[in-house]
Design a protein around this ligand. Structure first.
Ligand SMILES: O=C(O)CCC(=O)C(=O)O
Ligand SMILES: [Fe+2]
Length: 268
């Protein structure tokens, strides 16, 4: 039996086939609020006036931030965003129905935020080819909601190896154990996909397949955020409920069930 609605069935099939979905943001004003706050925090750090064109300001940030200051700049913005009480819900609202369709409607959300700022030609903040699920810390039930603050394409974006190719290459990874990740990357390179995600869109992907990024060879800086979600009642690995993940949507029957205790001394 499969009583999913047609729209959900189609989304599920595409997600399983491709390993990702890219679609328009479901709450553009929420996304704008996140981007404006990011720009606000960036201008505070740099001591420059708030720009008229926020997108261009982020794209051209390399002219204002030297690579050696990049990490403290990034951490300043991250902690400023995390301090905003509205941030998490706004982020989730960018793809709420998509996450509900593909993951479920009882959810936990990663407590930390990932923020990538990748300046052109900078090799200091790369995430080389990996699958989060190969280590024990990531549950294969997780999905990553990845949201760009600027147009992302080619090497300004990330790449993913579609599930079918991933399954094929996964069988062979031990052949590359000696030669290392770069040689594995070279082998899979013809089969991987660079994800084009213009500002105003969201990307949801499964971190079970190989993915990562390379040096940004485009002329402008990449800004993207990533936060993980999974079903509340899916298995937990090292990333614990309450520590790494926080519940964001718990339904009434689950609340009753989790509180329920059997009466004692009534054995009939
Ligand atoms: O943003 C990227 O380029 C990679 C992100 C990633 O690896 C992840 O979120 O698991
Ligand atoms: Fe990853």
């Amino acid at each position: 039996m499969d009583f999913l609605e047609k729209k959900e069935t189609d989304l599920s099939a595409a997600f399983i086939q491709n390993g990702y979905i890219i679609q328009p943001c479901e709450n553009l004003s929420g996304l704008e609020r996140i981007r404006n706050k990011t720009v606000d925090l960036a201008t505070n750090f740099l001591g420059v006036p708030y720009p008229t064109d926020t997108g261009e300001f982020l794209d051209e940030i390399a002219s204002l931030v030297p690579v050696k200051k990049l990490n403290s700049f990034r951490l300043h913005i991250l902690s400023g965003l995390m301090a905003e009480s509205w941030f998490r819900e706004a982020y989730f609202s960018c793809a709420r129905s998509l996450v509900e369709a593909l993951v479920g409607n009882e959810l936990v959300m990663q407590r930390n935020i990932g923020l990538s700022i990748q300046i052109p030609d900078d090799n200091s903040s790369l995430l080389p080819l990996h699958s989060d699920s190969w280590g024990s810390e990531c549950s294969p039930f997780e999905v990553v909601l990845w949201i760009p603050l600027v147009d992302c394409y080619q090497t300004k974006s990330m790449f993913i190896l579609p599930p079918e190719a991933d399954a094929k290459w996964r069988e062979r990874v031990q052949e590359f154990a000696g030669a290392g990740t770069e040689s594995l990357y070279q082998a899979i390179e013809p089969e991987l996909e660079w994800l084009e995600v213009p500002y105003g869109n969201v990307l949801l992907f499964t971190p079970t397949v190989m993915h990562g990024n390379r040096i940004n060879q485009e002329s402008t800086t990449r800004w993207s955020m990533n936060i993980r979600f999974k079903g509340l009642f899916t298995p937990y690995s090292d990333k614990r409920l309450g520590e790494y993940f926080a519940p964001i949507a718990v339904r009434a029957a689950s609340k009753i069930g989790m509180k329920f205790t059997m009466p004692g001394g009534f054995d009939e």
